[in-house]
Write a protein that binds this ligand. Structure first.
Ligand code: ATP
Length: 328
């Protein structure tokens, strides 16, 4: 297809994350800077299928850098998973004169982008927006830093209650497949134990650690548990297990839930979003397509979108060791 890019679409897709608005703003303003038209696509791929478009200029994105969520709305589209749906999406993109689309989302959204670009030879560019930090090809995803700060702040508050009443709190945080939030927020909030999907520390070890903690004079404790922790027990089953084995503990559970996804983005996420938006648009203008923008060692990088989809991120082993030492 003609490589000249005159009109770029931008959408947010999948779960929302803080920093998505800052990324939309950056894409729109970079287009304006390079005198390229920019079209906002509402509700992700579903909006593309339905032709839910809006022309955007530099002023359409005033006062959103500090806002959580996404002004373009996000959605999960069943129709886009079908060939028919994607055909309609392509026809709508063509009708609107789009030359490329920037998708801000997670690995599911990038899988959709990859399939779409392969089927229709349509230029796509990804910006990783998810609080889980589970995308290969970037050290940080948009929203992760904000979510960590939100979780640490919540645990600090829970600790006030835990210590006032000599209680043990299990705090469940997001992370079905990866423990980045649990591990980093757990270390940052000084948790006694951190249970993550990548490592089975064993329930016996948890009991031993809590016993030791009590003997060493601690009267309250915080245990951070990722949703998908490897023990296989959910946070309420863990509570029951500890109560059965350590009756002296007064145990409570707090599930942080969706509040982890909301709120005003941190400065780190705002800057990252601004840099990613510039890199995404300028890479498209340089003729690079079907990549995801990432950050490595403070530098903006591109990762082929199929690698971003197929690759796995690793947990920081050194941080697990640090966590172990801190809980001595
Ligand atoms: P999060 O990390 O927050 O879950 P995500 O981008 O991974 O975000 P998904 O719901 O997995 O969220 O994907 C978003 C959308 O991408 C889906 O609703 C669907 O429209 C599209 N998508 C995902 N996988 C595919 C696929 N295999 N084929 C076509 N489209 C897909």
């Amino acid at each position: 297809m003609n490589n000249k890019i005159n009109k770029i679409g931008v959408m947010t897709s999948g779960g929302d994350s803080p920093g998505m608005n800052a990324a939309i703003r950056s894409v729109v303003r970079t287009c304006a800077f390079h005198q390229i038209e920019c079209i906002g696509i509402y509700r992700g791929y579903q909006g593309l299928i339905e032709g839910d478009f809006k022309e955007m200029d530099a002023r359409s994105v005033n006062n959103i850098i500090n806002k959580g969520g996404t002004i373009l709305k996000s959605a999960r589209s069943k129709d886009f998973r079908t060939k028919e749906g994607r055909k309609t999406a392509f026809a709508k993109a063509r009708e609107k004169g789009l030359d490329a689309i920037v998708v801000i989302g997670g690995d599911g959204s990038f899988t959709g982008a990859m399939i779409f670009s392969e089927e229709f030879d349509f230029p796509m560019m990804g910006i990783p927006g998810t609080i889980d930090n589970d995308i290969y090809g970037t050290s940080y995803t948009l929203g992760y830093d904000t979510a960590l700060n939100t979780v640490v702040e919540a645990i600090d508050k829970i600790r006030d209650t835990a210590s006032s009443h000599d209680r043990l709190f299990f705090v469940e945080v997001m992370g079905r497949d990866v423990g980045h939030i649990a591990l980093n927020a757990g270390v940052g909030a000084g948790a006694e134990e951190i249970l993550i999907p990548e490592e089975d520390l064993g329930k016996e070890r948890l009991i031993e650690s809590l016993k030791r903690s009590r003997l060493s004079g601690k009267s309250s404790s915080i245990v951070v548990v990722a949703e998908g922790d490897k023990t296989g027990d959910n946070v309420f089953e863990l509570k029951d297990y500890v109560e059965a084995n350590l009756p002296e503990y007064d145990v409570r559970v707090s599930v942080l839930g969706h509040m982890q996804r909301g709120g005003s983005p941190s400065c780190f996420d705002r800057v990252l979003a601004s840099r990613m938006g510039v890199k995404a648009v300028e890479s498209l203008l340089e003729g690079k397509t079907n990549y995801m923008v990432g950050i490595r060692d403070t530098q903006m990088v591109l990762c082929p979108i199929d690698q971003a989809v197929k690759g796995k991120t690793d947990i920081d082993i050194e941080l697990i060791r640090v966590s172990d030492i801190m809980t001595t």
